[in-house]
Design a protein around this ligand. Structure first.
Ligand code: PXG
Length: 290
């Protein structure tokens, strides 16, 4: 992160060193809050409206009333990128429950806080092919903390990530309570089988990734059939191709799972086509400077 980085907190900009949130904020005490990770490509914010929609939907589900309108929020995001004079950036947008007392009851927190950090982020797998284990940590059940809520509570994913570190793979694929594939720790999973694209549905316990939605639209443009259905580990191991999608990961080939090669063990033709299409549309977002 650059030293002169300016962080937006509740309408004011603070230098990195002074950008602080209280230890009494329930976002810190309980992971009580929501967030978004957004990329800016060459001065264009990728899918800003979709990120804002998801942020407000996550907030609604956990009963946080975002204290500003969606339009104001978008202006604050664009303003933060401009303030930091960035063209390519990664934005971390956070809404916390806000300052309260030590009890978990959110009634002690009158005002949610809004934080916007603009920084750089290298592609998650550094442009390399991803490898994964299937983690023994199951994804949160949709009846517990629904993974569709992008909450500050990522411990479930962190535990799976630690397993990946220990297994020396670049990602961990999490299964849901039924034992079918949900998602990676920070990305969605796709397989290609017999020319068709398959990805787990929302009921499998996944975040509805904005990159996931983008790739589905790109595949449809290419007349590739897209199916949302439950996937077993067996289907993943025996896929012709597999890839991961996410703001951090972008579109990354997944070439090995549990030390088994997926297809040829190299990025497949449909994966490569979608990666290429994704690269081409990355700069089609909301302009920061105009
Ligand atoms: N599943 C989970 C659990 C995620 O956290 C995705 C899927 C992909 O969603 P998007 O909308 O980004 O296509 C995510 C997003 C990081 C990082 O630093 C992780 C995400 C986003 C940005 C940064 O690891 N995860």
């Amino acid at each position: 992160m650059s030293q002169e980085c300016l962080v937006y907190i509740d309408g004011e900009y603070y230098p990195k060193k002074e950008a602080k949130i209280s230890v009494f904020d329930h976002g810190f005490l309980y992971g009580d809050g929501v967030f978004e990770g957004i990329r800016v490509y060459d001065g264009y914010v990728f899918r800003l409206d979709d990120h804002i929609t998801r942020l407000y939907e996550s907030s609604k589900s956990i009963d946080i009333l975002v204290p500003i309108s969606k339009e104001e929020f978008k202006k604050a995001i664009l303003g933060t990128v401009r303030k930091n004079k960035l063209k390519d950036a990664y934005l971390r947008v956070i809404v916390t429950r806000g300052l309260g007392d030590l009890g978990l009851n959110p009634v002690s927190c009158p005002t949610p806080s809004i934080i916007i950090i603009a920084d750089y982020l290298a592609p998650l797998f550094e442009g390399k092919n991803a490898t994964a284990i299937i983690s023994s940590t199951r994804r949160n059940a949709i009846t517990a903390l629904n993974p569709m809520i992008k909450s500050l509570n990522y411990l479930n994913n962190v535990l799976a990530r630690i397993e990946a570190n220990k297994a020396d793979t670049s990602e961990a694929i999490m299964l849901n309570q039924n034992g079918t594939v949900s998602e990676g720790t920070g990305d969605n999973v796709f397989i290609v089988k017999n020319g068709k694209l398959i990805t787990p549905p929302p009921t499998a316990g996944v975040l509805i990734g904005i990159t996931r939605e983008t790739v589905i639209a790109l595949a449809k443009e290419e007349k590739i059939e897209v199916i949302e259905k439950d996937l077993t580990a067996h289907e993943l191991y025996n896929a012709d191709e597999a890839f991961l999608t996410g703001t951090a990961a972008e579109v990354a080939p997944l070439v090995e799972v549990d030390r088994k090669k997926i297809g040829t063990g190299k990025p497949g033709p449909i994966t490569s086509r979608l990666m290429e299409k994704f690269r081409k549309i990355r700069k089609s977002g909301t302009p920061v400077y105009s």
